[in-house]
Design a protein around this ligand. Sequence first.
Ligand SMILES: CC(C)(COP(=O)(O)OP(=O)(O)OC[C@H]1O[C@@H](n2cnc3c(N)ncnc32)[C@H](O)[C@@H]1OP(=O)(O)O)[C@@H](O)C(=O)NCCC(=O)NCCS
Length: 253
Amino acid sequence: MERSAPLAEPPPTRMRAGPADRQPAAAAGIHDVEVWRLDCARHQGAGRVFDSALDVPERARLRAMRRADVRLRFSAGRWLVRRILARRLGCTEAEVELAVGAHGRPSLAAGGIDFNLSHAGSLVVLALSTTRVGIDVEVTNRTTDWRAIARRFFSPVEFAAIEACDEAERRTAFFRAWTRKEAFVKALGTGLATGFSRFDVSIGPRPALTGARIDGVEASEWSIRDLEPGPGHLGAVAVHTTRPRVRTHDIEP
Ligand SMILES: CC(C)(COP(=O)(O)OP(=O)(O)OC[C@H]1O[C@@H](n2cnc3c(N)ncnc32)[C@H](O)[C@@H]1OP(=O)(O)O)[C@@H](O)C(=O)NCCC(=O)NCCS
């Protein structure tokens, strides 16, 4: 079962389990934004399946990772990227050739489809689109001095807006803003080097890029949607279109 969020709807897009990934690639097509979620906690024994998707440089990266959960998440992410892209392209996973940008952003070497990956806790999420897309998930129930982070990285407008929220809402407001901002810089590809204070996102329930002071970026051309990827997590997707249609799916190895 899959769900398509109505156009221009501001509330969070919920993840739903379902067989959407079994649709023939040609019939499924590429919607404005597809979000795929994989919960590694349910697939602790799938390491070998995930590892089989890795190329030589990725295997070297995997060997350098000490924590078993981080290793599993990493290879699950690469498996997820190749699995979904192979279906869209009508090729095998091994034939999916990835390139890496100047700031480390992976992309499809042949172009035509953009994707972005994020992991947090046991979750791996992938966003896929025919236009530029970025995604972020964060674990929200960890100890975080969110106020210090917001003061340091957010714009004065955003920081003031969070402080203006009710005390009980500020922490969630911070994580909402953080995921919206990180999804946007991940779409740009420059990551945290972009400078989080050079653009503003909304703080309230309607996600939006409200302003940008970055060469070549017009805020009104971008959309942001919140995700609720699972208990204790928040997420967001940023996409270079004014009317995104977000579809969310779960996938199993
Ligand atoms: C990209 C970045 C924001 C990721 O933050 P994070 O919260 O730690 O991680 P997330 O789980 O959300 O995302 C990580 C994934 O994003 C992708 N990614 C990596 N670099 C990226 C970039 N510059 N832009 C967008 N996505 C990127 C990768 O798929 C990565 O997962 P993988 O390594 O398992 O494939 C952060 O690492 C960053 O700013 N990197 C840029 C560093 C840089 O400028 N390097 C320059 C020299 S290479």
